[in-house]
Design a protein around this ligand. Sequence first.
Ligand code: PEP
Ligand code: MG
Length: 660
Amino acid sequence: MERSTIVRVHDGLHARPATRFVKLAKSFESDIELVKDDKSVSAKSSVKLMLLGVKENEEITVRATGADAIEAIEALIGYLENPRAGTEEESAGQTPRTDDRKIAGKRTGELASHGKLRGVAASEGVAIGPVYGFFPAEIKHENRPLAANEIADEVLRLKQAITTVQRRMDASLAETGLADSDRGIVAALKDIANDDELTGGAIAIVEGGVDAVSAVIGATSKIASDFATMDDPYLNARADDVNAVGRQICLALLGQEDVNLDAVAEGSILVADDIGAWDLARAPLKRIAGVICGHGGATSHVAIIARAHGIPAVLGLGRPVLDLKNAKTVALDGDSGEVFANPDAVVSSHFQAEIVKAEAEKRALTAYKDITPKRADGTVIEIAANIGSLEEIDAAKDAGAMGVGLFRTELLFMRHIHLPSEDLQAETYSSLAKAFAPFPVIVRTLDIGGDKPIAGVEFPDEENPFLGWRGIRMCLDRPDVFKPQLRALLRAAVHGNIKVMLPMISGVGEVQATRILIDECAKELAAEGRAFAHFDLGVMIETPAAVLVAPALAREVAFFSIGTNDLTQYIMAADRLNPVVAKLNDVTHPAVMAAIELTAKAGAEAGIMVGMCGEAAGRPDLIPAFIAMGLTELSMSPSSIQRAKKCVLDGFKTAQEVGL
Ligand code: PEP
Ligand code: MG
């Protein structure tokens, strides 16, 4: 059987979304193919899948044959239709903002051009330091023809080398010191090392009578050149990953160790023609002040790792990088892409001054980490984190989050091919509550449908899914899905300060119906002798209806949290996923701001807390207006927290200065 859909995965099936897709496909017994135009490939090979070059908004068909074909198609189509699929840990990989780059571009513009090179600005910031060259020797073809009786042994040798590399990658993944973002990259490389396209391709060459090293070089360079010629810079960068994996297999075949980065001295600039993401992820990154590479671009994994660790990087320098091999000192500007070999005194002092300035800015912001912003009347303004998984707890706490203002439970449901059990949910919510106690953790009940379908709930075909069976509407119709979540939340509330909020509310009746279910769940748990505690119940304000009945809703609930992402799309009647109407999706439109103000007023009159968890909550240009409207909680991505705290405080200072 087969089903077609339009791919909504943000940016298409790139490395990580492709890897996750393959993992999901492999969990089914059926043979599964993905068909695009007239080309079909196995959905169980991430290399093949990436080479198919599936982009966002393209039509794709999933074809499955086997006992679990129906379930497979349902799960895979659900994945393809989910814009966030496979991208939840990608935030570290964002490119620097254009305006930042423009400002920084001027920074070194007037400096002398002596020894100046230019590459791709891949990770923001400036650095200067001694060169640490990483130029491992090239591995050459052995070009050793095999006699017929040598072939079986050579295949075995190759298989052993592949296993060695996979084990090394597993060992890297098991290391506790590896950052989460790097773990994802190593896992993607391991997937390449596991992929039949590469291993099967190399084995087939050996079976044709060629030595294993030459076979691996042949197979990897074929796949790498396929990636290199694709019409997508992100996929072009995957060529480097394939080459890096091939190199590791060859080294294992030759019994050689690669040049290793363990000896990098503190403050060095790593200079390489090409460096594998795996090598970089394993390197002592804290000691590396900057990275310069002949290969790569802003979307290569090396750039993603550098950005995740705040290391300035210039990539794609080309052959001139070889000139840097013998330089003693090098300076780089990761915002403009400029590199200076053996910089003179003027350039050096300019860079030193820029480094001091950047460090001061970063340090200044960390001073806000533990600040508790308070209004003059003593009311605390909570700056909380939006998260979707337990893996994000550390980043949120490190940033100084005063609890969680939105825990999106959808991810927990999307990660599994079946509905997560009540026990698994209770465990997850309890861990979250414990991690942030005594701060509150606001868990949003399942908000699927619209842009977020999941496996395990059959959604009808809808003309307008955003106006359809999503969020609370679906949950109230499916107590078999909703009640286990409510029971899990009641159980978790014993372990910390759990609050629960309902998405997509459009009237008081939905809150009352939910309360009946909560009471039922509490009675059941009491009868079963299980520990539980009651929680505050709140609602998201994200439909125009909710804004207009906010005074009535405020009498029913303990808090409001304004979901500006949906509120804007519904107020403006502009689909939040449709780029054609992106201009209308503007939270600063007077209609949306008026809706926010009405909500805040209704909340204040009823004496309940009003917060915000849509993207707008982290915008420094809007925070003062939200605070002035009376919002006392703003929840945002962890990376925005310190800046938001500063902004709230600065706003208060300004208000005091003008006598408010
Ligand atoms: C919102 O709509 O503003 C919101 C926070 O929810 P989501 O983005 O998950 O729909
Ligand atoms: Mg929403």
